[in-house]
Design a binder for this molecule. Structure first.
Ligand code: FAD
Ligand code: FMN
Length: 573
């Protein structure tokens, strides 16, 4: 019997003729009989499940946990279908084992500018090098996950796929490149691999479908929305606290929260007016459901940054030549409507051109142990001007301006197992988190306090000015006083003539950093990926090279070892 058909524990009907004491006893008795019955059923199910016989190695490359979670899901389903999956983090995969493999799948994301995620970097380098062996006995399939708004869409997965083929490996099933909406293509790929291996998969688990997830978000209540920057700052960073009461929203320090934004109602009205369409008319939205056009514009359609495919489809209808990619930079749907006008005589043809809005991720800045029933975020509100128009980041300004009442946030937890405080409570932690990058480290510190972890903690924080941009100053200073935060290095870049950043502080502190690393410290980085993370990476390498008196290669090997031991962890965006 599949798990999904398991029954709920029986309870007595409300009108059963028993006293409350008798009822309590009988309910307890029924529950214990039911528990025994469930155990027997489970054992029977396990005995009837297909025996896992076909070995398959499942490798994953992931920065923020998506590919890792999908690899686990693939393995779970594969097991039920008769596969014997061996799931391995690419950072831990012995490269020499590759030539021994017969069945292999790789699930990987792409990071940076078309780069492999950190844990896949060494394998990527090996596979694409001359050292990679011939793989004529290997059959494989790749699931590549990425975001088509990046120019190098799914590049890492594409490179793995092409190289494996070049080395003589045969495809079990074609590579699928998943965009941000990865669920359906992932399901197609999983099914495709299982079918192509001549196996039969059981029906999906209904329990999984009903729990809180990206597909099934939870509505939470905004309980705090505080501007963390003081008057005069050029930045607007907000502490956003959300309450989920007793709902089963489970998260750990290091996880991110996925938030579905609600578009700005003023912008929605402007779009409706410009198109001369009726917001109260019913349309079929991206999710296949019927709703008013206004509702779909508020919650379903991506009306922020322009997507290339949308622009192509739009200009085709408007019978104009599509603009070059430069046009997409800094423009939104409202610009397209003005610059490439279309007269829609009905609402549906417009709706059919729209792309689904994506949830945004935010590193969680609370520990569930310190704030049960709550989840906190540190949100940088994105506001800027381009082409003579004030623009607002879709989700950050939704959270900053109107995530209340009918617009309450719909959220889910995005697990990131690769970004956790050390499991060893006495291991030292070095955390580098300028700007909103501070978020997970507030959570890490709260977690270490709540669990009375004894390891030393060192935080590097930076922002423009100490007087206006010292985020969480009170909390951090009290952590210092309590002895929780043993070292605290700040880099307020514009407090002096010469700009100073966290990477400069790291270089200044190189001897002590190296000492901590030698003592087994974990090194964490969170925040800006485009510049800060790269500069910090270089500063770390330099600190190791100079303080360890190492050659460049030795310092690189040291950094790689930190990565392999999961002591160098990055959550950058
Ligand atoms: C794992 C992870 C963790 C994250 N954690 C956090 C966090 O803790 N806190 C946080 O604030 N964010 C965090 N982010 C980023 C967050 O997910 C959003 O990307 C961010 O809030 C912007 O989303 P938005 O919808 O407000 O902006 P969007 O509507 O998506 O607009 C952003 C886009 O606007 C454009 N843009 C922005 N500024 C300018 C400018 N000055 N000129 C021209 N164009 C511009 C850029 O094209 C940019 O990509 C995280 C991201 C990831 C992946
Ligand atoms: C800083 C950053 C850079 C990214 N670069 C790319 C890219 O070059 N190409 C791509 O297809 N996706 C890119 N992505 C999107 C990720 O691949 C995508 O979010 C994926 O789901 C992450 O999976 P993971 O959690 O397993 O790492 C990038 C995402 C971030 C935050």
């Amino acid at each position: 019997m599949p798990e999904s058909t398991l029954l709920e524990a029986p309870i007595l009907p409300k009108d059963a003729p028993f006293s409350s004491e008798q009822r309590e006893w009988l309910d307890g008795f029924l529950a214990s009989v039911f528990a025994q019955f469930s155990e027997i059923l489970k054992a029977q199910q396990e005995a009837n499940a297909p025996v896992s016989t076909t070995p398959i190695t499942v490798l994953w490359g992931s920065q923020t946990g998506t590919a890792e979670t999908l690899a686990a899901k693939f393995s779970k389903k594969g097991k039920k279908s008769g596969l014997a999956p061996k799931i391995i983090d690419l950072a831990e995969y012995p490269h020499e084992q590759l030539s021994e493999e017969t069945h292999l799948v790789i699930l990987t994301s792409t990071y940076g500018d078309g780069e492999p995620p950190d844990n896949a970097a060494a394998f990527h380098q090996f596979l694409l090098s001359d050292k990679a062996p011939k793989l004529e006995n290997l059959t494989y399939s790749v699931l590549s996950i990425g975001d088509s708004s990046y120019p190098d869409f799914c590049k890492c997965g594409i490179e793995f796929d092409e190289r494996l083929q070049q080395l003589g490996a045969k495809k079990i099933f074609n590579r699928i490149d998943c965009d941000v909406d990865f669920e359906e293509p992932f399901a197609t790929w999983t099914q495709g691999v299982i079918d192509a291996m001549g196996l039969v998969s059981p029906a999906d688990d209904e329990k999984e479908e009903s729990s809180i997830s990206r597909k099934n978000p939870l509505i939470v209540e905004l309980i705090e929305n505080i501007k963390l920057n003081k008057e005069g700052s050029v930045k607007e960073t907000r502490h956003v606290a959300l309450s989920f009461g007793n709902a089963p929203l489970e998260y750990e320090a290091g996880d991110a929260l996925g938030v579905y934004p609600v578009n700005c109602p003023d912008l929605v009205d402007e779009i409706l007016k410009k198109l001369a369409l009726d917001g109260d008319k019913s349309i079929t939205s991206c999710d296949g459901l019927s709703k008013t056009l206004r509702q779909a514009l508020l919650t379903d359609f991506d009306i922020g940054g322009l997507n290339k495919k949308v622009v192509e489809a739009w200009t085709k209808v408007s019978k104009r030549t599509p603009p070059t990619d430069d046009y997409l930079e800094g423009r939104e749907l409202i610009d397209l409507i003005k610059d490439y006008p279309i007269h829609f005589s009905e609402e549906q043809p417009f709706a059919a051109l729209m792309k689904k809005i994506n949830p945004r991720l935010y590193s969680i800045s609370s520990s569930p142990k310190a704030h049960p029933g709550e989840v906190h975020l540190t949100v940088g509100a994105v506001r800027y001007e381009t082409f003579g128009r004030q623009r607002k980041g879709v989700c950050s300004t939704y959270l900053a301006d109107r995530a209340e009442g009918e617009f309450s946030p719909r959220v889910f937890v995005h697990k990131n197992k690769a970004f956790r405080p050390p499991t060893n409570p006495s291991a030292p932690m070095i955390m580098v988190g300028p700007g909103t990058g501070i978020a997970p480290f507030i959570s890490f510190l709260q977690e270490r306090k709540a669990t009375e972890a004894t390891g030393k903690n060192w935080l590097f924080f930076g922002n423009p000015h100490s007087s206006t941009d010292f985020l969480y100053q009170d909390q951090l200073e009290s952590f210092q006083k309590e002895g929780l935060l043993n070292q605290f290095s700040t880099a307020f870049s514009r407090d002096q003539e010469e700009k100073v950043y966290v990477q400069d502080r790291l270089i200044e502190e190189a001897p002590e950093i190296f000492k901590w690393l030698e003592e087994g410290a974990y090194f964490y980085v969170c925040g800006d990926a485009s510049r800060m993370a790269k500069d910090v990476d270089y500063a770390l390498y330099l600190a190791i090279q100079t303080q360890g008196s190492m050659s460049g290669d030795e310092a690189s090997a040291y950094v790689n070892r930190l990565k392999k031991e999961k002591r160098y962890c990055r959550d950058v965006y």
